[in-house]
Design a protein around this ligand. Sequence first.
Ligand code: FES
Length: 106
Amino acid sequence: PTIHFILQDGSTRAVEAEAGASLMETAIRANVRGIDAECGGLCSCATCHVYVAEACIARLPAPDGEEEAMLDFVAAERRPGSRLSCQIQLTEALEGLTVQVPPTQS
Ligand code: FES
């Protein structure tokens, strides 16, 4: 699926993702700036935080308890679309998913 990242400078980058990869892996592989992912996807660092675009929130399964708890530790403001990108598994059905990189991860 093609994923759209809104970067910290306001520009948008379209990245071709592999189904089965996580959103975090996709961002790291494509060198999307502003996704740190210090724990490597273990849901224990909260530095892979993204804001899912409002129109896309309902396309994703809700965060599980572990992710929900970790979302309290994101460095930037937590908003309704806040998610940990390592916990989002991409599928073809998520074509066009749009997420914004927060201003900071630390
Ligand atoms: Fe650490 Fe997602 S990579 S919580």
